[in-house]
Every structure is written in structure tokens, then in C-alpha cells.
Design a protein around this ligand. Structure first.
Ligand SMILES: [Zn+2]
Length: 336
């Protein structure tokens, strides 16, 4: 793994090419690939919990392969890949196939020369313990370039916390307070309080606040990456983090955040928060994408904007607001 100095040395930022007919910068500073909710399992196709959406468990691997081929053959290669969580499906755990399924998916990633960085979703926690994940290949290293902050939306959750722990007890108390259903995966009084969601603990929020304050001072740009979305207009409320409002308020109190990238909501979503200029982008899931389509993208980062070039059912997006002078520097990842 590269140390910070090596990463910064590698980060040779090309000078923008001036153009006559367009005020947009034409050469990206860097690019990265995005993909969400692969949810691979070696089982026949099925349906989501409500039986409204077909899930293509085996085919998801082929769609990942399509994405990797596309990224490898692209004229401008991605500097790194962001995998937004739920890399394998929870069914693997029932079949005792968690590690085998993870190996299968990670093997697909291995030929690509770009670094791959992973976010943990609820399905990671159906398959593995937090301590196992911390030692696994799904525990990502820092990113070069802008600051990319990986938030852990299952910091406060009944998933991934041993039942004997105080953390589990607190999360269960909170969950039971807002969800009186017998089955805690069914939506409660406040829809997002289900067992398949979670929230951010006090320590993580304090860490985020200090990181954003530092980025404000240095005029750096921050992209927050998290399995769960936090803006109610970027996803159905059933998919939001429990205390999404805390993170939104924190983003509003700082000027450095430019983009919030999430997965989990399989149909995807997008909202430009005009109060803050922050783009909230929820990526379309591989698992509910038919085998003859695709769901991945490549993000081109310029000095004046970020552009997502989507494939298949992931649409193109141009994110232009709030881009100010860029200072490439520090990188951070949460480890809660
Ligand atoms: Zn999820």
C-alpha cells in the first residue's frame, strides 16, 4: 500500500487545456469508476422483499465484468474504482458460501490495474462480522486526489454488532422506539428505522466535523462516500440512514463538500441541494439490472465540474456547482 507521500507524487495533475469554442475544461484532473449493489450469489434469479423487482444474482457478475472491461478499455482510464457496498448478497450466508462468493467477485476485480475501494453495506454485515471485515480486502486504503471520506452508516446498527454489546443494545432500543413491527425489516412509524439500515455514531460525526473544518480552511473539495443515502430527495425514505439529518446539517455548516455518493436504493436517485450546492447521487444497483443492460459509471473530475458517464440504466450527470480552486492533498477514510 502506498504511503501518502507516494500517492501525492503519483498524482500528477495535468494542466487544463484551454479551448476556443467552449468554456468547459476538456481534460479531466482525474477519473474514477463507480458501481453499486452487485449482490452476487450463485443462485437462481429471484425478487426483492416486496416481490416487485427481479434480482439477477448470477448475472450480476457478468455486469461487473462488463464494467471492468469498459473501464480497462476506456481511452481515459479510471484512477480508481469505488464499489458502493453490498458486493455479495445475504443469501450467501444462509448457504455457507460467504467467503467463496466474495472471493469470486474480488477475483473479477483483480485484473484491473486501478485500485478498488470498497464501502460496507447491509449485505456485507449479513455475511461477515465487523472484525472480519476490518481484516479483509474490503477494508479500503485512502484515495489520491480530492478528499474522499468513507462514512460507515452501520456504525449504529444491529447489523455487525454482537448482541452482547452495548452498541447492539443502544441500536436495538432506538430501532424498537421507531419500529413496533415484529419483523424489524418491515417499515416502522418512521420508514427508515428498519434493521437493514443504520446510522452514524457520535464519534464518527465528531471526526467528520473536524475533517470538514480542516478541508474548509484549505479550500479542499470533499466527496462523501457511504452505502446509505442521506438526502430525502435522493432516495426513498425507506433507504435513508437513521440520523441522515445530522449528516445533512453538518454538510450545510461547511463549504467543502461537493458530492455525496451512495448506493442501497436500487432504483438510484439524484438531487442537487440548492441550499448547499451539494450533489446527492444514489447509484443504480447492478442486482436489479437485467442481464442485457448495465449499471456502472465513470466519473471525470475537472477543475470546474464532475461528470458522470453512466452505462446502461445509469444516466449521465454533470455536476457543476460549487467548484472552486482545487488543492490536491489529504485523503481520509473512516475506520469506526
Ligand atoms: Zn444495501
Amino acid at each position: 500500500m502506498d504511503d501518502i507521500k507516494t500517492i501525492l507524487q503519483k498524482l500528477t495533475v495535468p494542466k487544463p487545456t484551454p479551448t476556443m469554442d467552449d468554456d468547459l475544461q476538456q481534460t479531466p484532473l482525474f477519473t474514477f469508476g463507480v458501481i453499486a449493489d452487485i449482490q452476487y450469489a450463485d443462485i437462481d434469479d429471484g425478487y426483492n422483499y416486496q416481490r416487485t423487482q427481479r434480482r439477477y444474482y448470477r448475472s450480476s457478475l457478468r455486469l461487473l465484468r462488463n464494467a471492468l472491461e469498459n473501464w480497462s478499455e476506456a481511452a481515459v482510464k479510471p484512477g480508481f474504482i469505488l464499489q458502493l457496498g453490498d458486493i455479495i448478497d445475504g443469501f450467501n450466508s444462509r448457504h455457507g458460501a460467504s467467503e467463496q462468493a466474495l472471493d469470486t467477485v474480488l477475483r473479477e476485480f483483480s485484473p484491473i490495474s486501478a485500485e478498488v475501494h470498497h464501502v460496507w453495506g447491509n449485505h456485507e454485515l449479513y455475511n461477515f462480522s465487523r472484525s472480519w471485515l476490518l481484516r479483509s480486502k474490503l477494508n479500503s486504503a485512502p484515495f489520491p486526489g480530492h478528499i474522499f471520506v468513507l462514512l460507515d452508516a452501520y456504525d449504529v446498527s444491529v447489523l455487525g454488532r454482537d448482541e452482547s454489546t452495548e452498541q447492539h443494545r443502544e441500536a436495538m432500543t432506538l430501532l424498537r422506539h421507531y419500529n413496533t413491527n415484529e419483523n424489524l425489516n418491515s417499515e416502522g412509524l418512521r420508514e427508515r428505522f428498519t434493521m437493514f439500515n443504520g446510522g452514524f455514531g457520535k464519534d464518527q460525526l465528531a471526526w467528520l466535523d473536524s475533517l470538514l473544518s480542516s478541508a474548509d480552511k484549505k479550500q479542499e473539495r470533499v466527496t462523501i462516500v457511504c452505502h446509505l443515502p442521506v438526502h430525502p430527495k435522493s432516495a426513498e425514505t425507506t433507504c435513508l440512514a437513521w440520523n441522515f439529518d445530522k449528516v445533512l446539517a453538518m454538510i450545510r455548516s461547511h463549504s467543502c463538500v461537493v458530492c455525496f455518493l451512495a448506493g442501497h436504493e436500487h432504483k438510484g436517485g439524484y438531487h442537487l441541494d440548492t441550499d448547499t450546492g451539494v450533489h446527492h447521487l444514489t447509484l443504480e444497483a447492478v442486482i436489479e439490472t437485467p442481464p442485457d443492460s448495465n449499471a456502472f459509471g465513470m466519473v471525470f473530475v475537472y477543475d470546474d465540474r464532475m461528470e458522470l458517464k453512466g452505462s446502461g440504466r445509469m444516466p449521465d450527470r454533470v455536476q457543476r456547482a460549487k467548484f472552486h480552486a482545487l488543492h490536491c492533498s489529504l485523503i481520509a477514510a473512516a475506520g469506526f
